[in-house]
Design a protein around this ligand. Structure first.
Ligand SMILES: [Fe+2]
Length: 449
């Protein structure tokens, strides 16, 4: 089945009501191939059942209605309990690992809840002047749409964990590589800009999370960075060289994870008759047949171990952002590696391409930056060594959304094949714990000069 999921647009000509309708519809398109039994199963503590995602994203909008729509009556106290994720400020909630222990609310009830919230929000969006605090409501609805896009990507991770190749994903055939991408690019350091500056971004991307602000300068040394993400073929060499059996490549906590979890390869790799295989949405493939694709589902520990084994290191997020978007000839920071136009399906592998997979290295030469680096956006989120901490001058714009996670996590950059097009931007800071690997995480290495 080929993908029919359309790109959404945030151009000025598209109203927030249209954007709302499009984003909400896409969530339901993603889950459409599921059978009813699939919606409620939780296959690991770190994932959530699809039914929970479709309810939780509605719950988020209901918190806006509760706060800002005069006379709004809560749909169901029981739903508030089940669909709250982690917000202390919104009351008691079910523990995350227990989301799959309940068959109620049913899927049908959850969809009815979703439809109710849609009616309520759209009535607001069609006549915002009726609200006392219309401007705040509009910005919260926009935040809610970004939140929903985050959950669309999480749905891809969770459905993969739940069903993998049993899911009838609407997969489009992968593009072929058209160029060889090898070696490392030399990047001149100095004082560089990091973070979101509203005066420098595209009209189509007026939104950024508070954690991307304020734009500020940091000093980086000259360095080199891989032109391509680390491939399955590269990673297979690390595995075959005994990388998972040699403590010297690993952080202490990483080595503990290797032994505790019996890691021998990234997630979704399987050893069959002595040959490494990779399972994805389209089936089981030999790792060799996918040697030229970016490695995916690697933890920070695995990325760091590989880098040490290769005599390199991971980049910092400042190095990554600068390398991705700085055009040294023009001496300007661009919105994207290729310039100041939105990502499109010819230069980036994002969700709407419908591949449900990484694409071969060299398949998107039009996405190259001024230094010849490719696939920095899309395909895999790339680990950086940077701790997920507030930028200097950070101001929280929404309690408990980003600000309470500023400890013990690492920043990843660039978006993945599961990221919606509208959700990809140069300053986006994703973050996960060092041991996590069910998300679409890969990496490229850097080196000091
Ligand atoms: Fe959420």
């Amino acid at each position: 089945m080929a993908s029919t999921i359309r790109e959404l647009s945030a151009q000025d000509s598209v109203s927030i009501a249209d954007l709302y309708t499009g984003v909400r519809a896409r969530t339901m398109q993603i889950v459409a191939p599921l059978e009813i039994e699939d919606y409620v199963i939780q296959t690991a503590e770190f994932m959530s059942p699809p039914r929970w995602h479709i309810g939780h994203t509605s719950w988020f909008f209901e918190t806006v209605l509760q706060a800002y729509k005069p006379g709004y009556r809560v749909y169901s106290e029981a739903f508030l309990f089940y669909f709250n994720s982690y917000y202390e400020g919104f009351g008691v909630r079910i523990e995350r690992p227990k989301r799959g222990t309940k068959s109620r609310p049913t899927v049908k009830e959850t969809i009815a809840y979703r439809n109710h919230i849609d009616e309520q929000i759209l009535s607001i969006l069609h006549s915002p002047d009726s609200l006392p605090e219309a401007e705040i409501v509009m910005s919260l609805v926009r935040l809610g749409l970004e939140h929903e896009m985050q959950h669309q990507e999480l749905l891809v991770y969770d459905i993969k964990h739940l069903l993998c190749d049993q899911f009838a994903a609407p997969v489009n055939p992968l593009p072929e590589s058209s160029t060889r991408v090898e070696g490392m690019a030399e990047i001149e350091g100095g004082l560089v800009w990091l973070g979101y500056d509203k005066n420098q971004v595209l009209r189509s991307r007026p939104f950024a999370f508070d954690n991307e602000k304020p734009a500020h300068q940091v000093f980086i040394q000259d360095f080199v960075i891989d032109k391509a993400p680390v491939s399955n073929g590269d990673f297979l060499e690390f595995i075959n060289d005994g990388g998972y059996q040699n403590f010297r490549w690993w952080f202490s906590e990483g080595w503990e994870a290797v032994n505790r979890e019996q890691w021998r390869a990234p997630l979704y790799w399987e050893l069959q008759d002595g040959e490494w295989m990779i399972r994805d949405f389209s089936g089981l493939h030999s790792a060799k047949s996918k040697k030229d694709e970016p490695v995916c589902h690697a933890s920070y520990f695995e990325a760091s171990a590989f880098a040490k084994w290769a005599g390199k290191r991971l980049p910092t997020e400042a190095e990554w952002e600068h390398a991705a978007c700085y055009d040294a000839r023009r001496k300007v920071k661009q919105a994207f590696p290729w310039g100041d136009t939105d990502p499109n399906s010819g230069n980036t592998n994002f969700f709407e391409n419908g591949y449900w997979s990484v694409a071969p290295i060299g398949a998107f030469p039009e996405g190259a930056n001024a230094y010849g680096c490719q696939q920095m956006f899309g395909d895999v989120w790339e680990w950086t060594t940077s701790d997920y901490v507030p930028y200097p001058g950070f101001k929280s714009e929404f309690d408990e959304y980003n600000d309470k996670w500023f400890v013990n996590q690492k920043v990843l950059r660039g978006g993945s094949f599961a990221t919606p097009q509208l959700h990809i931007r140069a300053t986006y800071r994703n973050f996960f714990h060092a041991h996590e690997r069910w998300m679409t995480s890969g990496f490229r290495c850097a080196k000091d000069l």
